[in-house]
Structure formats: structure tokens, C-alpha cells
Design a protein around this ligand. Sequence first.
Ligand SMILES: C[S@@+](CC[C@H](N)C(=O)[O-])C[C@H]1O[C@@H](n2cnc3c(N)ncnc32)[C@H](O)[C@@H]1O
Length: 209
Amino acid sequence: MTDQSALHDTKAAYDAVAPLYAELFSDILDRLPLERALLAAFAELVRGAGPVADLGCGPGHLTAHLNALGLNAFGVDLSSEMIALARRAHPGLRFDEGEMTALDLGDGVLGGILAFYSVIHTPPVRLPAVFAEFERVLAPGGHLLLGFFAGDDPEPREFDHKVTLAYRWSPGSLADLLCQAGFVEVARLVREPGEGERFQQAQLLVRKS
Ligand SMILES: C[S@@+](CC[C@H](N)C(=O)[O-])C[C@H]1O[C@@H](n2cnc3c(N)ncnc32)[C@H](O)[C@@H]1O
């Protein structure tokens, strides 16, 4: 599969399910105290450091949550349907259509990046390019918070995600890739699957060195 066809498939898949995804997940944080706790810590670390991008923002609920925590956050997503829903749900906030490896942002302009369950769809060979782009747009000392499905295998594992092809990563392997891209690890959280979840869920918090 080429880079372009993988992106095309991801965009088409999320365009097709955008309203259902928004209905199912827009209030998901209410049920996730550990994710809320790390988002609060992330907000505290990046507050005042510059704008924050929610990359792969979907219907914009996490972008809104970050703004409610006092950040100047905006969302970016590949899916035009997701961006339309996000704009409708949060008319006061900024949402842009865009792709994570080619952000329309200058070097070092961001204080923080949230990428929650969005790099899960990136073919593993393309992930270094994604992290290089994150490193480019973050200011020195800027923080990145990644959310993803975890696994024990050191190699990324493809799985039958309900929307489109996705990969599980061991937190250690993903942390290694981030270190190679110029980040230092700050914290990691792995929690057991909750009701209706199949896999462990992980968050990695890293800082641009
Ligand atoms: C599982 S959803 C996560 C949405 C939201 N972050 C959340 O946690 O609910 C993945 C989102 O990432 C977006 N996405 C996937 N690959 C992307 C890419 N290369 N660039 C921008 N957005 C992407 C998809 O369109 C989709 O909206």
C-alpha cells in the first residue's frame, strides 16, 4: 500500500463514520478518569507556552476539553466530515483540514501537541516522518501527549479496528521511535482495558529536547 492510498483509505473511512463516531465518543472523557488526569497534567505543562494542536482531532471534543483547561488549542484532521462536525459542535474554536506529516505550521510555533488515537492508523514505516513533523513544529521544550492501543510485542501489530486498519504498539517501542526523533520521555501510563475495550490503553508524554 502506498502512503497516498493509506491516507486516502483513512480519510474515506472516517468521512463515512463521522456522525456515528461523534455520537459514540464525544463524551467519552466523562468515563475516563486516568486520561483526564494526564490531559490535566499536559495542560499544566504547556499552559502559556504557545498554541496547542490537537492532531487527528476527530469531532473536536478533546480540542474543546483542552480549551476548557485554559489552553489556546486548535484541531487538525484529515477527514473533512470530522472537521465539519467539529466546527458545528464548537463554533468558537479553530479546526483545519490537514495531514500530520505536512502541517501548515512554521517551525517551533507550538507549545504542545495532542495526538490521541490518531497515529494508530499510520503505517509503521511512516511513523518516523510523522514524529519528525511533530518535532519540527514544536518549540524547544514543547510537550507531546500520545494516546494509543498498547501491546506487549516489540513489533507493531495490525488489528481489525472498527473504522480502518490500525496498529497496536508497545509503549517501549513507540518511546524509542520518539527518542530517535528528538524527544525525551516524561511519563507513560498503561491501563487495563475497561468495559467494551479489547486492549490495554496507553499514553506517552514526551518533551522536545
Ligand atoms: C480514532 S480517531 C481519534 C479522534 C480523537 N483524537 C479521539 O481521540 O477521539 C482518529 C482520527 O485521526 C484522524 N487521522 C488519521 N490519520 C491522520 C493523518 N495522517 N493526519 C490527520 N488526521 C489523521 C482521522 O481522520 C480520525 O479523525
